[in-house]
Ligand binder design. Structure first.
Ligand SMILES: [Zn+2]
Ligand SMILES: [Zn+2]
Length: 191
């Protein structure tokens, strides 16, 4: 073996070691910001900042943030079996940024407009959520949602979503999103 060949072999080996280290680093679990246990679940707060949280603290934080939001929202029951990596919150601004069609954007805005004046079906308080079963949503076409929503308050809506969050088969590596500073829609996303 000449020295050139040996050099190449050494470079390849060194590259492999570096790559292996990077992969390990990327897949290393982070620590829950509240209790410190290992986790891969991420919470994306209202400022778009990711915080690692264990499943339990993630669910508690999400419920608290949704309940304290003053904005009306559309909530599509999550299908985490088929789309397990994230539960996104999109405002009109985000939908535009994410290149949803005008028809998609308009249908969401029309549905959000219907919440005003409705009463929560579960508890009779003021409704702030238009809730859809996952079967009502033909992923990813918001424009095709034609079913009538169930109107709920935030407290009753998070109660319906919580079991899906807790039983999700994979880690939320792309994040469960906090509701941001405008009305919007909760939905799953393919990555
Ligand atoms: Zn925790
Ligand atoms: Zn209610």
């Amino acid at each position: 073996m000449d020295s050139e060949t040996l050099k190449i072999i050494l470079y390849v080996l060194a590259g492999g070691v570096v790559l292996f280290g990077l992969i390990r680093l990327a897949s290393k679990p982070k620590k829950c910001a509240v209790c410190g246990v290992d986790t891969k679940d991420e919470y994306k707060d209202e400022k778009d900042k990711n915080t690692p949280l264990c499943k339990n603290h993630l669910v508690e934080r999400w419920k608290k943030d949704v309940i304290s939001s003053v904005h009306n929202m559309m909530v599509i029951e999550p299908d985490f079996v088929h789309y397990p990596y994230a539960y996104l919150y999109a405002t009109a601004e985000k939908l535009k940024e994410w290149k949803y069609t005008k028809e998609d954007q308009n249908n969401i805005s029309t549905i959000l407009d219907t919440i005003q004046g409705k009463i929560c079906k579960e508890c009779g308080s003021k409704a702030t959520v238009a809730y859809f079963k996952k079967e009502d949503y033909n992923f990813p076409y918001f424009a095709k949602i034609s079913a009538l929503p169930v109107y709920l308050c935030k407290g009753c809506a998070v109660k319906k979503v919580e079991p899906f969050l807790r039983s999700s088969p994979k880690d939320f590596v792309e994040g469960v999103y906090a509701p941001t500073n405008d009305r919007g829609i909760y939905h799953v996303q393919e990555f």
